[in-house]
Design a binder for this molecule. Structure first.
Ligand code: GLN
Length: 296
């Protein structure tokens, strides 16, 4: 134990300062913000409450809980995984072992699809999310489109449980169904919108990912095979069987996959109707449709 770790800061302000110093010393770049989010999350305090509540005296139990969380963060476990929850597109979502931690970049895919969904000018849209994880994408869509219904697939029972629980906590269960399925295998019917944030990292790149991702996000949600495109091949290969005429397919992609993923969908008869970059300026979301004359 470091000398700092043996100190037991008795107030909220001291605990935040102590954790910030330890994270900063260990090389974490966002030490101040992380200390506030982690301790605020553990104590169920808003960021304002953390900011103004520095004098709050902590109980021994709270100090012990903060210490346990600090030890986990120092081993590179991401803050939101320690807290077991994360906000995505304004929704509070639970995370679990086999769910990818939802990223702000994925909100770009959600926003783009909401725009396209509204252009369909139908209220009772049917949405399919392949490899749903926490349910982040489809639950954000259902929340924004109050008459839409959704089906979400995943191969992980842990993820399906978490997605169902998230739907229930958000009051979306009646419009949401979670199905155990490898991509389209167990899916029935047609959908107006089909969406996925599949695993898309090349297998050989996985060892180079930062420990926060490599050690704590589930490998099955990251590893896209030798060229990173396995999941897109699966999806593009069958998507026309499940998409309504005039519907949209939206996928998240890796920063260098716009051309290759567009080519895979073009082979399946789809054209790219929109490409969006993420907050870092990287290509991140692609929306495809199938020209009507092409529908059997
Ligand atoms: N965006 C994630 C990352 O780079 C990867 C998610 C994915 O493969 N779908 O950490």
């Amino acid at each position: 134990m470091t000398p700092e770790a043996t100190k037991s800061p008795a107030t909220l302000g001291a605990a935040v300062a102590n954790l910030r110093a330890r994270l900063s010393k260990a090389g974490f770049t966002d030490a101040a913000m992380e200390a506030r989010i982690l301790i605020g999350g553990l104590l169920d305090l808003s960021s304002t409450q953390v900011f103004v509540g520095g004098d709050r005296v902590l109980s021994d139990g709270e100090i012990a809980e903060i210490e346990k969380a600090a030890a986990r963060r120092l081993k590179h476990e991401p803050v939101h995984r320690i807290l077991g929850k994360r906000e995505f597109h304004g929704l509070d979502l639970l995370l679990s072992k086999e769910t990818l931690e939802p990223r702000p970049d994925t909100e770009v895919l959600v926003e783009t699809l909401i725009t396209h969904a509204r252009m369909l000018e139908r209220r009772d849209l049917r949405i399919l999310d392949l490899g749903t994880g926490t349910g982040a994408i489809i639950l954000a869509l259902l929340d924004a489109l109050p008459d839409a219904t959704g089906v979400a697939s995943d191969i992980s029972e842990d993820a399906l449980r978490t997605a169902r629980e998230n739907a229930a906590r958000l009051g979306l269960s009646e419009r949401f169904q979670a199905v155990s399925s490898h991509w389209f295998d167990k899916i029935e019917g047609r959908f107006d919108i089909i969406v996925s944030n599949p695993p898309y990292i090349r297998s050989d790149v996985i060892p180079e990912l930062e420990p926060e991702v490599r050690c704590f996000d589930p490998l099955a949600a990251l590893d896209g095979g030798v060229d990173g495109l396995d999941a897109y091949r699966e999806i593009a290969g069958r998507v026309s069987e499940f998409l309504e005429t005039g519907g949209y397919v939206g996928v998240e992609i890796g920063f260098d996959q716009k051309v290759t993923v567009t080519a895979l969908f073009a082979d399946a008869g789809f054209e790219l109707v929109e490409a969006q970059r993420d907050y870092g300026g990287n290509d991140r979301a692609l929306i495809f449709t199938r020209p009507a004359f092409d529908v059997p």
